[in-house]
Design a protein around this ligand. Structure first.
Ligand code: AMP
Ligand code: MG
Length: 410
């Protein structure tokens, strides 16, 4: 695969992604979890329904159940019993009779339709119906939600809160899921300080690990936090060796470019087979990927926006494959861009945009303004990426552009 417009020596974004994914093997270890602990885990089994949901015809209203012939013959029926949710009517009824019924209660065998109580009047023995009704009114049919043996969830599906409810409604007690990934996080840089500490001249507060840990929590992995490691060959090496022993994936930020203090490359050359890529994307050009002894390694650039965008667009996609989950689906739209955008051909841009609806009801996007790769607040203000292909030149206000809506990770 080549990209005619990528600057020489730069790897096209799609090629970097495909290359990386081809080297990722999904984990195979599974465990059995009670459904109440299974939120956001990836299913390792198909789930077929052991029963019909609902398991019996039942009333959708509080009111009266009857056979439709009874109501066709007379507007006043004799009340002969009650069917409550959990205590169904056990007896029999005849033509001309009706049963008091509550929402969710099993339909008596002798009834086929329900009228809501608001359209009736009663003296306690007789019930008078004010309206005609059709056969089957206000009855929820057996299996109308889920039929017995119907496949409800498939392997590789990541369980949502609603899925947990669906599993409970099927009477499922526990599920087989893939174990969580263990992901080690390392920030490198002598200038980085933890929030709460005083900054010396030249220092900045460390932020990449915080963003990445939060996004990894959303991915439902176990984060092993190695904190901030100084720009020191031995310290970096010790951190990587330990991270590789404990984790399925090791993620570092900073030190992957060509600065004097960028020891990460030297350390990694010692430890594994790592490719240091210059990807034709903006932000995020320097990016490293490869295999350590036990784990895979993602080396993100240090600049906060670059770290976040490469993590979101590349590492998250790879980690999702490692988890055995279905590929992430991201929503792309073509919309009018109301601001001019600076761009020159050669790299694929992930500019930060704000999607909104104009006074005339049209979807429009505008730039968040300055797009520097250190300007994290530009991402905080955005709700989408404006994705400009490699060959694209500057955008004039009013042109159509492709946007990618922020997903639940951002
Ligand atoms: P580097 O890739 O190490 O040369 O870092 C590039 C830029 O990103 C520098 O301005 C760093 O200070 C900054 N940077 C690196 N790591 C972090 C981090 N974890 N949090 C915030 N900024 C960082
Ligand atoms: Mg650095």
């Amino acid at each position: 695969m080549s990209d005619c417009c990528a600057a020489p020596g730069l790897l096209p974004f799609e090629q970097a992604l495909a290359n990386m994914l081809s080297q990722i093997s999904p984990i195979t270890e599974t465990l059995t979890l009670p459904i109440e602990q299974a939120l956001h885990y990836v299913l390792a089994q198909d789930i077929a329904s052991p029963l019909n949901v609902p398991p019996h015809d039942n009333s959708a209203m509080d009111g009266y159940a009857f056979a439709i012939e009874s109501l066709l013959a007379s507007k006043t029926l004799t009340l002969v019993g009650r069917s409550m949710a959990g205590s169904p009517f056990q007896g029999k009824c005849q033509l001309g009779e009706c049963i008091r019924i509550m929402t969710g209660a099993k339909m008596p065998d002798c009834c086929d339709s329900v009228e809501m109580q608001e359209n009736t009047s009663t003296d306690g023995e007789k019930v008078t119906f004010s309206q005609d009704k059709s056969f089957g009114s206000h009855v929820r049919k057996t299996g109308e939600d889920i039929k017995i043996n119907q496949q409800v969830l498939s392997s590789s599906h990541k369980l949502t809160a609603v899925d947990i409810g669906v599993l409970a409604s099927l009477g499922v007690v526990d599920v087989i899921v893939y174990r969580k990934l263990k992901v080690a996080l390392i920030a490198t840089g002598d200038e980085l300080k933890l929030p709460g500490h005083t900054l010396r001249v030249g220092d900045i507060y460390e932020s990449n690990r915080f963003v990445l840990a939060a996004m990894l929590n959303t991915l439902n992995v176990d984060v092993i936090d190695f904190g901030i490691i100084a720009d020191d060959f031995y310290a970096i090496k010790a951190a990587f060796v330990s991270a590789d022993k404990q984790a399925d994936a090791v993620i570092s930020s900073g030190g992957v470019s060509v600065g004097d203090a960028d020891y990460t490359k030297t350390v990694l050359d010692d430890l594994g087979e790592i490719s240091f890529w210059k990807i034709a994307m903006k932000p995020g050009k320097p990016f490293a990927f490869g295999k350590l002894v036990n784990s895979v390694f993602f080396g993100l650039p240090g600049n906060p926006v670059s770290a976040l965008v490469t993590f979101h667009q590349l590492a998250l996609v790879a980690l999702t494959k490692m988890q055995n989950a279905q590929p992430l689906k991201r929503t792309h739209l073509m919309v009018k861009c109301t601001t001019a955008l600076r761009k020159s051909p050669g790299r694929m841009d992930f500019q930060r945009g704000v999607l909104s609806v104009s006074d005339t009801g049209e979807n429009i996007v505008s730039s968040t303004g300055s797009q520097g790769s250190g300007i994290l607040s530009s991402l905080a203000r955005a709700n989408c990426f404006i994705i400009l292909p490699s060959e694209q030149d500057k955008v004039t206000a009013g042109e159509q552009v492709t946007i990618q809506l922020f997903d639940h990770f951002l």
